[in-house]
Ligand binder design. Structure first.
Ligand code: ZN
Ligand code: ZN
Length: 442
C-alpha cells in the first residue's frame, strides 16, 4: 500500500464542492461533477468515495476496496506509481482521509441494505464507474465544455456514460426508501469495466453469491432517449493480451547477424494474426491495436510489445481465436530467435438474459414517465464484462438481465464528443425502482 498524503499539503487541495458530498446535490449535478473528475480503470478513488459517502448516509452497509473485489483476480491494473498518483489526486480533490485509508490501493464498492423484514429476495444492480484514457473535446460545440463540466483530468474522459451510471446508482439508493420494495438491495459499484478488467474480481468477491435477481445497465448504445431494451443478449466473448518479445540488440551496420530482432517477430505475428481463418460456427474478430519498439533505426530491436484482442460469438470461437493467436506468437518468436511472454489483461464472456427478468423490466419500463418505446430483446453488438457477474448469478440459480436505457448522444461511445442526454438518468432510476419493486413483491 502506498502513502497518499506524502508531499501533499492542505494548500494544494482544490476547493471542494460541499453539496456533492453532503447529499444536497441533484443527480444531474452529481453526474456533472463526476464528468469533470473522470477516473480510468482501477483509479476510481474519488468516484468510489463519493458513492460510498452517499450510500452510507442512506443506511447501506459499505464494503470497500479489497472487501469489494477479489484483489488477486484483478486484470490490467496500472503500475504502483499510477495508482499512487490517482490516490494523491483524489485526496487533493476532497476525498476524506478515512475513506482513502479504508480503500487502500483498491477501488470498488459493494453497498447493501435490507428493506422490510429481510425475508424478501436479494436484488443486485451493477453500476460501472470508470472513465476512458482519452482526451475530451474542448470547443463550444461540446456541451460539457460549454457548460463548464469538461474533464479536469487531461487524459481521462467519461466517454461511455459511466458518470451517468454512477449517478443512477446513487439515485436508486435515494429513491428506494419511498418504494414498496421488500428485500435486500446490493449495489455493485464496479471499477475498470473498460477493457473487461473489473467484473471477474467483483464476481469472485462473494457478494454476488446468493443474489436472486440481477441487472446491469448501459446508457446510450445508439438508442434514443425514451427507448428501453429490457434484455440484451449474446455480447461477443473477448480476450485482450499484451505480448512482449525480447531479442538481442546489435549494431545494424557492423554486426546485424549477431542480433535477434524482436520487432521482426512482432510484425511476423501481426501479418499472421489477421490471417486466422474465420470460424464457420459464428462471428470472430482479431485486432492488433498497438505496437511499440523503443530502438532507433541503427539498432537491431531487442524489445517489442503489442496489444492484441480477439473476440468470438461463443466461448468456443473465442478460445479458437486465442489458441490460434498463441500459436502464431510462439512461432513468430521462434522464427526470429527471440523469447516472448503473453499477459492477459482483460476478458469478457457471453450471456443470455433470463425471460423472467426481461419480462419484469419491460413491464416496469412501460409504467415509467419518459419511456416512449420498450424493446424486449436485442443483440448486444460489442463486449461487456458484466457477463461474468451475470454468469455467476445464473450459475447459482438467480435470474439476470442486461438493460439498455436510451440516451441521445451526439457522437459515438469512446469518442471525444460523446455526451449523454441527462434526462435519461431519471428515466433509468425510475425503470430500476419499478423493476426492483416488481421482483421484490412477488
Ligand atoms: Zn465503453
Ligand atoms: Zn460503457
Amino acid at each position: 500500500m502506498t502513502d497518499y498524503d506524502e508531499n501533499v499539503h492542505e494548500d494544494t487541495k482544490v476547493e471542494r464542492n460541499e453539496s456533492i458530498w453532503n447529499g444536497s446535490a441533484s443527480l444531474v449535478e452529481i453526474r456533472r461533477d463526476l464528468h469533470a473528475h473522470p477516473e480510468a480503470g482501477w483509479k476510481e478513488f474519488r468516484t468510489t468515495a463519493l458513492a460510498a459517502t452517499e450510500l452510507d448516509r442512506q443506511g447501506f452497509t459499505i464494503h470497500l476496496g479489497d472487501a469489494a473485489v477479489a484483489v488477486d483476480e484483478r486484470l490490467g491494473v496500472p503500475d504502483d506509481r499510477a495508482i499512487t498518483a490517482a490516490r494523491h489526486r483524489a485526496y487533493k480533490e476532497g476525498v476524506p482521509e478515512g475513506l482513502l485509508k479504508r480503500m487502500g490501493d483498491v477501488t470498488g464498492l459493494v453497498a447493501e441494505r435490507t428493506y422490510g423484514d429481510g425475508t424478501g429476495p436479494v436484488v443486485g444492480i451493477r453500476i460501472d464507474m470508470d472513465a476512458l484514457e482519452r482526451v475530451e473535446a474542448r470547443d463550444e460545440s461540446h456541451k460539457p465544455f460549454r457548460d463548464g463540466f469538461v474533464s479536469r483530468h487531461p487524459e481521462e474522459m467519461h466517454a461511455c456514460g459511466h458518470d451517468g451510471h454512477t449517478a443512477i446508482g446513487i439515485g436508486l439508493a435515494r429513491q428506494l426508501d419511498a418504494s414498496d420494495f421488500d428485500g435486500t438491495l446490493k449495489l455493485f459499484f464496479q471499477p475498470a469495466e473498460e477493457g473487461g478488467r473489473g467484473a471477474i474480481p467483483m464476481s469472485r468477491s462473494g457478494h454476488v453469491d446468493g443474489v436472486d435477481y440481477f441487472a446491469a445497465l448501459h446508457l446510450g448504445l445508439g438508442n434514443e432517449t425514451g427507448k428501453v431494451i429490457a434484455g440484451y443478449d449474446r455480447p461477443l466473448c473477448n480476450c485482450k493480451f499484451l505480448v512482449r518479445f525480447t531479442g538481442q540488440s546489435a549494431h545494424a551496420g557492423n554486426a546485424p547477424q549477431t542480433g535477434a530482432n524482436a520487432l521482426q517477430a512482432a510484425t511476423t505475428a501481426i501479418q499472421n494474426l489477421y490471417a486466422i481463418p474465420r470460424h464457420s460456427a459464428g462471428a470472430s474478430r482479431v485486432n492488433v491495436g498497438k505496437v511499440s519498439s523503443p530502438n532507433g533505426q541503427n539498432v537491431i530491436s531487442d524489445h517489442a510489445e503489442m496489444m492484441i484482442e480477439v473476440r468470438g460469438e461463443t466461448t468456443e470461437i473465442n478460445e479458437y481465436m486465442m489458441e490460434k493467436s498463441n500459436r502464431i506468437v510462439t512461432h513468430s518468436a521462434e522464427m526470429h530467435g527471440v523469447s516472448y511472454d503473453i499477459e492477459t489483461y482483460g476478458k469478457t464472456t457471453t450471456f443470455e438474459s433470463d425471460e423472467e427478468m426481461v419480462a419484469s423490466v419491460s413491464d416496469s419500463a412501460a409504467m415509467v414517465d419518459g419511456v416512449t418505446a420498450v424493446s424486449t430483446r436485442e443483440q448486444f453488438g460489442a463486449s461487456e464484462d458484466a457477463s461474468y457477474l451475470i454468469k455467476r448469478v445464473q450459475e447459482q440459480g438467480g435470474k439476470a438481465t442486461y438493460i439498455g436505457i436510451g440516451s441521445d448522444h451526439p457522437d459515438g461511445h469512446h469518442t471525444p464528443y460523446f455526451d449523454i442526454d441527462e434526462t435519461s438518468i431519471q428515466i433509468a432510476v425510475d425503470v430500476l425502482i419499478e423493476t426492483v419493486e416488481t421482483v421484490g413483491t412477488r
